[in-house]
Design a protein around this ligand. Structure first.
Ligand code: CAA
Length: 240
């Protein structure tokens, strides 16, 4: 079945790999993006995947965008909440704005998008929601009280949503990536990066495709018994 999938932050980094993987598996993909028009245009030209710009942190924009997608494509079956930002600073230096921006985009963005699609999924008795958390939401990280709080929040959000959706055929799962080789790592000082890689038993950064494989698995048609779970893909950096 040609199910319709929306991937937030779906034109770059991990999101790009997720969009491509779902397209490869026959999903009809719409990739959301937040700001980088040139990257989104290039991505769309390269892949043929439709791109749409809105701010996942803005509630009304999410509701309106999903309504427009449903009007055009019939429904949204798969929602991948991947959009995320970092504004790293130690607690001593972090501003309220840095805290607020990350919570708004990374955590409230998941609520906004799930809110926009959950009723329809429930009604049709089929849906797959995957939220991208982080190893740093599980274990904490220097310089990330904002990001770790948002990502940790995603894990609780996912479990509660899973409990609510289960009897309606709507699954909700999280993936907790470790350090993946994307532009998001570009702000990490080189000496700190060395310390981080030393903490990864596999001895390297992950690849975006290694996260996309997890999303493919959790959104499969026959993954209906997997819900409320967190799939850690982190090279063994954090285990429990
Ligand atoms: N692990 C170990 N040590 C760390 C560390 C880390 N993750 N982050 C900082 N430190 C250490 C530094 O090496 C430094 O130690 P020394 O004083 O012994 O040299 C000390 O803490 C202070 O750090 P800085 O000198 O770098 O202080 P700063 O104020 O200039 O910068 C910072 C602080 C912004 C937190 C910067 O260190 C940094 O960017 N750290 C990386 C934070 C991080 O891991 N972000 C993850 C981004 S990727 C992501 O979020 C995706 C995901 O889901 C995994």
């Amino acid at each position: 079945m040609n199910r319709v999938a929306v991937v937030t932050g779906g034109t770059r980094g991990i999101g790009e790999a997720i969009s491509l993987k779902l397209q490869e598996k026959g999903r009809h993909v719409i990739a959301n993006y937040g700001g980088n028009d040139a990257a989104a245009k290039a991505f769309s030209e390269r892949t043929g995947i439709a791109v749409q710009k809105w701010d996942v942190g803005d509630h009304k924009s999410c509701i309106d965008a999903c309504a427009a997608i449903e009007a055009q494509y019939g429904q949204i079956d798969i929602m991948v909440n991947n959009a995320g930002i970092t504004r790293d600073a130690t607690m001593m230096k972090m501003t309220f704005e840095q805290w607020d921006e990350v919570i708004r985009v990374d955590l409230t963005g998941c609520f906004n998008m799930a809110k926009a699609v959950f009723a329809g999924m429930r009604e049709r008795k089929w849906g797959r929601i995957v939220n991208i958390g982080s190893v740093n939401g599980q274990g904490g990280q220097i310089g990330q009280v904002n990001y770790a709080a948002a990502k940790s929040g995603i894990h609780g959000f996912t479990k509660s949503l899973a409990a609510e959706g289960a009897r309606y055929g709507v699954t909700a799962n999280a993936i907790a990536p470790g350090y993946i080789g994307t532009e998001m790592l570009s702000t990490i000082p080189e000496n700190v990066m060395e310390k981080i890689i030393a903490q990864i038993p596999v001895g390297r950064l992950g690849q975006p495709e290694e996260i996309a494989r997890g999303v493919e698995f959790l959104t499969s048609d026959n993954a209906g018994f997997i819900t409320g779970s967190t799939l850690s893909i982190n090279g063994g950096q954090h285990m429990y």
